[in-house]
Design a protein around this ligand. Structure first.
Ligand SMILES: [Zn+2]
Length: 491
């Protein structure tokens, strides 16, 4: 239903009740003044239940004509977007004005592979099972690539069973089809590792031009903002001309810094920590990142311009999401994967419904696992059973939803971390040594002041929630205590 549909003009229950209240107030005032009370022209009829104002987000009648487009901007922090206070994403911000923007979104994991598969399956990484690229070979010998169990359905594959053609244009690496993403797709571009939208965008646009009349799901992805994708239009030093320090901003350097940080993990429970990167170096790395985000946004703008030119904007539901953020020494580390701080977990999640229906900013805490269930609900298409994500359509219709906000990382077996968020409180549990940290994001957004000893009760309650969640997934937290294992070299 369009937001211009007649039901949008009907009085809402709130408006109707305030009109009654005004009438009652008028009666009361006239009684006090001694004047005769006004009588209604007609006897009052029993109030009819008012229809809700605004869009219902029910597109089931048009589902067979609507396309679905998922755009993933890899490693894009929410605070770089306009809704998050950033100034480097003009195209994303213009798109957002006609969309539902979720401003408090927690990714299920702080790195590409488990995070994207959590979206594709609406399951926590532990439950979809692809928590690392490699796993020990049951027959001994070299580790083998992990692949999503065929018994676990993906949402894109479900769409193909219901008549959508699925195609993908990606930057490969952690979204390579071989991990299980590509089930049901007729084509899946992933042949270049850590490619940006400068690589995946042109063929995606060409495909759209050739399939305007089709009925499709497209997964469009690029690593433009990622540490392993270089700046294209200029050198990092040219992007930050006043920097005089020792760093060069290259992808090789970022990989080296990441590994140096991870090398500080020598025993179970250690954290990744990087020495020798000072405040000026950090500023340089952040400004290089911002330059990459600008390039990502420009390429997004080109893609969206094609979508619009082809008349697909209002015949599609378009999602834009980040899979994780990026850390720049906020916790003494560079890159992502090794911690669960919000710099790594707080991502953009935006849904544009046809005609820009219901455009708004939603501030409630939600998860990236809710993305596909929401779109399926809007399409009236049943999704897989037994998933962790939930449709956010009731929230968009005004219902209060309190969702369990979890995240996890077993990044390359360096760490085994779990987190839970309740309102502005966040608890991170290190499964290897049982250490926990409690943060209040309302006055400590950088998660620097551990309140676990000051607020022992909240810490206890939130830790019990994490442990109950782990129990529900048949995970034994004791199995991780003191765990020493060989780290996975491949990232
Ligand atoms: Zn990623």
């Amino acid at each position: 239903m369009s937001r211009f549909a007649p039901s949008a003009l009907l009085p809402s229950p709130a408006r109707a009740s305030s009109a009654l209240a005004l009438f009652g107030l008028a009666v009361l005032l006239s009684a006090c003044s001694g004047a005769p009370a006004p009588t209604p022209a007609e006897p009052a009829k029993p109030a009819e239940p008012a229809k809700p104002a605004g869009p219902t987000f029910d597109y089931s009648a048009d589902a067979s004509k609507l396309n679905v487009i998922l755009i993933s901007m890899d490693a894009l922090r929410f605070d770089r977007t306009g809704a998050g206070g950033g100034k480097v994403t003009p195209n994303l911000d213009a798109f957002s004005k006609e969309a539902v923007v979720f401003s408090h979104v927690t990714s299920a994991a702080p790195w590409t592979l488990p995070s994207h598969l959590a979206m594709f399956t609406a399951r926590w990484p532990t439950l979809h099972g692809v928590t690392n690229k490699l796993k020990p070979n049951p027959d001994g010998g070299e580790a083998v690539f992990t692949r999503l169990d065929d018994a676990i359905p993906t949402y894109p594959e479900e769409l193909t069973k219901k008549g959508w053609e699925a195609v993908a244009f990606t930057g490969g690496a952690g979204v390579s089809g071989k991990f299980g993403y590509n089930r049901g797709f007729t084509s899946y571009l992933d042949d270049k590792a850590f490619a940006g939208m400068d690589y995946s965008g042109p063929p995606a646009a060409e495909w759209l031009k050739a399939h305007v009349a089709g009925h499709f799901f497209m997964f469009f992805h690029g690593y433009d903002a990622h540490g392993q994708h270089p700046l294209v239009d200029q050198t990092p030093r040219a992007a930050v001309p006043d920097y005089q320090g020792k760093l060069d901003g290259s992808i090789e350097e970022q990989a080296k810094l990441r590994e140096q940080g991870l090398a500080e993990i020598k025993k179970p429970g250690d954290v990744a920590r990087l020495d020798g990167v000072d405040a000026e170096d950090t500023r340089f790395l952040i400004e290089v990142y911002d330059a990459k985000v600008k390039e990502a946004d420009a390429r997004l703008g080109q893609f969206l311009a094609t979508v619009k030119e082809l008349g697909l904007l209002d015949t599609s539901i378009i999602m834009i999401v980040g899979d994780h953020g990026e850390e720049f020494m906020e916790h003494g580390y560079v890159d992502h994967g090794a911690t669960l701080c919000d710099h790594q977990l707080h991502v953009p999640m935006i849904i544009r419904f046809p005609n820009g229906d219901g455009a708004r900013v939603v501030e409630d805490n939600v998860r990236t696992v809710d993305l596909f269930p929401t779109v399926f609900d809007a399409l009236g298409v049943p999704g897989p059973e037994g998933v962790n994500g939930q449709s956010l359509i009731p929230m968009l219709q005004g219902e209060k939803m309190v969702l369990p906000i979890y995240a996890e990382s077993d990044y390359r077996l360096f760490v085994h971390l779990r987190s839970v968020r309740q309102g502005q409180k966040k608890l991170i549990l290190d499964l290897e040594d049982g250490q926990h940290s409690l943060f209040d994001l309302s006055n400590d957004p950088n998660e620097l002041a551990d309140l676990s000893t000051i607020d022992a009760r909240t810490t206890y309650e939130m830790e019990q929630e994490v442990r109950t969640w782990l129990n529900g997934m048949r995970t034994d937290p004791k199995a991780y205590l003191g765990l020493e294992e060989e780290h996975i070299k491949l990232f």
